[in-house]
Design a protein around this ligand. Structure first.
Ligand code: MN
Length: 448
């Protein structure tokens, strides 16, 4: 399964909007994606200066991601967690559609978008970067933003996670780290790459489990790394152990500019792609970004909280919290203290989490008004608040210590206390007969 097979499925459902007008990759395409992000998949047929088509918003809704994984919202977290626990090694093949064309690197021939006005330059934003440890024993696949420097150089933002660890080991031995930068992937591969199984578990194997064993990999031509055989485009590169360049400013998931940092330079040594490849774009801070990054973390929080409280109903990394910094978790509370334990589990499961709210299962975690209502009526700051100063958090938050990655965490236990009668916490209802209900329905229709 590939980006193309999924695109075809969506095409049949009428969920793809083809844009035949000529659009510029400088701001214009990003601006259209931003304005239309709550709608269909956007397929740009004509990008000014390129003969490559661009697709965006492929994973723009929870429903679309569920349909890609052939699952339901209820099953999604279990599917993601199970895949992480049961990784399945993908088959390695010799020939692949992505090897149709291979050529000397020239990044200026790829319609890489320039998104926001003060961004440092065009950024690749929907790539899965894979690398192996020097001894070949560990493989890691993760998503990184990549700034274009020139025809054959990028700068990669390495947050101190698994790829950073592989790079640091290579750097100690004065060796570059070889990477396959794959673009145009089935959502399962991107979701797996955005998840964090323990170091040593290849996210390709997680993706392969999600795909029911159908993921095939191909060895790159010039470097020691593997790429999905059905990717649209693969950049083969070496992350320098010594050369760094300025990375940023760049608008990330928070919709604010992330700061400039010195980051490693990647030299691209070979490019391979399908004959008529489609370039996959992703608007930073848009719904697709929030979902691809957030969903695997929601699954991780769901699983961690389920280990410490008897029942977790739902988790939402809310849109207002950038799909990354705020979680709302609903639980079936059985014992006093369950709420706080769920909070601790959530912070452990998602290190970037900043604020978390735990509510009872009668509260809809996707309805901000209801969540606020629960905080207003079921929460006492002197009893139910946890604050942890100077913990490691997201470096994207401008109110945090971005250089050192330190932040304060706050947990709000808005579950009702068990020693007060449950009736005191329920929304009151007015007794309504069928006659009244019918009358109200008639009046509603009149109002429209
Ligand atoms: Mn990893």
């Amino acid at each position: 399964m590939s980006l193309r097979s999924f695109l075809n499925e969506l095409e049949e459902k009428g969920e793809v909007l083809h844009i035949h007008e000529k659009v510029s990759p400088i701001f214009e395409t990003a601006s259209i994606i931003q304005e239309l992000a709550d709608g269909p998949v956007l397929f740009f047929e004509k990008v000014e200066g390129y003969d490559v088509k661009v697709v965006a918003n492929l994973c723009g809704t929870r429903d679309r991601i569920c349909s890609a994984l052939k699952t339901s919202l209820n099953e999604l977290y279990t599917r993601l967690s199970d895949a992480q626990k049961n990784p399945l090694k993908p088959e390695i093949v010799e020939e692949a559609p992505v090897m149709d064309v291979h050529e000397k690197p020239d990044l200026s021939r790829i319609p890489i978008l320039l998104h926001f006005e003060k961004d440092a330059g065009p950024y690749i934003t929907a790539a899965a970067v894979s690398a192996r440890s020097l001894d070949g024993k560990v493989e890691n696949v993760s998503v990184h933003r990549l700034l274009v420097l020139d025809k054959n150089h990028l700068v990669i933002r390495l947050v101190p996670r698994h790829l950073f660890k592989l790079w640091s080991v290579a750097k100690k031995r004065k060796k570059d780290l070889e990477v396959a930068i794959s673009i145009g992937l089935h959502p399962s591969v991107l979701l797996a790459a955005a998840s964090s199984p323990p170091f040593g578990v290849s996210e390709y194997a997680v993706a392969n489990r999600l795909l029911g064993g159908s993921l095939k990999l191909v060895k790159c031509m010039e470097i020691d790394a593997y790429a999905p055989a059905e990717a649209e485009l693969v950049l083969e590169g070496r992350v320098s152990f010594e050369r760094k360049a300025e990375e940023g400013p760049f608008v990330d998931i928070t919709c604010t500019y992330d700061i400039k940092r010195m980051q490693p330079v990647v030299e691209i040594v070979n490019i391979m792609h399908r004959k008529d490849y489609i370039y996959q774009a992703l608007l930073p801070g848009g719904p697709e970004h929030r979902l691809l990054m957030g969903l695997p973390r929601e699954a991780a929080i769901y699983e961690a909280a389920s280990k410490v409280v008897p029942g977790v109903k739902a988790v939402n990394l809310s849109d207002g919290g950038c799909g990354w910094l705020h979680a709302v978790i609903s639980i079936e509370k059985q014992t006093e203290g369950d709420g706080k334990n769920a909070l601790l589990a959530a912070f452990a499961a998602h290190p970037s989490l900043k604020h978390a709210v735990v509510v009872d299962s009668d509260i809809d975690v996707f309805d901000p008004q209801e969540v606020e209502w629960a905080i207003a009526l079921r929460f006492q700051a002197s009893e139910d608040l946890i604050v942890v100063p100077n913990a490691r958090g997201s470096t994207l938050d401008p109110s945090a210590d971005q250089k050192r990655g330190l932040t304060s965490k706050m947990g709000i236990d808005a579950t009702r206390p068990l020693n007060v009668p449950v009736e005191n916490f329920k929304k009151a209802r007015i007794l309504s007969t069928r006659k009244t209900a019918e009358l109200i329905n008639r009046l509603r229709r009149k109002m429209k």
